[in-house]
Design a protein around this ligand. Structure first.
Ligand SMILES: Cc1cc2nc3c(=O)[nH]c(=O)nc-3n(C[C@H](O)[C@H](O)[C@H](O)COP(=O)(O)O)c2cc1C
Length: 169
């Protein structure tokens, strides 16, 4: 199998991490790979924030109070991905651009033998979360990525057969 296909197919969501910090240089490389994603009109509508400080992770995890709180607390690093209201031009397209950026990041993370999970559920508490993070009003939280060194090898959750997605025409 070619390398890229192998990387895409073997990436898994990782929810358990070793107690080992991810160096800042690697976190920057992850973002650097993300921003090479395509975006409508090349508007690059994203901004990022790293959270590694245990106290802040604990506050966020307690505050989001979901079954994902443990992941937030235990992940050595969180990468928050925001849409920059000053850059956006079409919310649907800008969110798709952010999704492309996130997938680039997830693949880079996997290629470096790190692991990550895209946390979407946390957006249910977005308003409150933005308050604690004291973000400027012109940033809109789009996703939280928990990153670290994997402490699990999850089974492939499976995908439906390609033919099941094809419309007959
Ligand atoms: C938009 C989006 C939101 C997600 N939200 C969560 C989440 O809140 N918590 C979680 O544990 N996983 C979340 N995931 C990860 C999915 O559960 C995971 O990608 C899916 O089960 C397939 O597993 P795989 O990533 O190992 O292929 C999310 C993934 C996406 C793309």
């Amino acid at each position: 199998m070619d390398k890229l296909k192998h990387l895409i197919k073997t990436r898994r969501s990782i929810r358990r991490f070793k107690n080992k910090n991810v160096p800042g240089k690697i976190l920057l490389e992850i973002i650097e790979t993300g921003i090479h994603a395509p975006s409508g009109l090349n508007n690059q509508p994203w901004k990022f924030q790293f959270i590694t400080e245990p106290g802040l992770k604990k506050i966020i995890s307690g505050f989001t109070l979901s079954r994902y709180s443990k992941i937030i607390c235990e992940a050595p690093a969180l990468i928050l991905v925001y849409l920059d209201e000053q850059k956006i031009y079409n919310r649907d397209k800008d969110l798709m651009s952010a999704g492309a950026c996130i997938e680039n990041m997830l693949l880079h993370i996997h290629s470096k033998k790190l692991g990550a999970v895209w946390l979407g559920e946390i957006l249910n508490k977005k308003k409150m979360l933005q308050k604690i993070l004291d973000r400027e009003k012109n940033l809109d939280l789009a996703a939280v990525i928990a990153v670290g060194y994997p402490d699990e090898k999850p089974k492939h959750p499976g995908r439906r057969n390609v033919s099941s997605f094809l419309l007959r025409g």
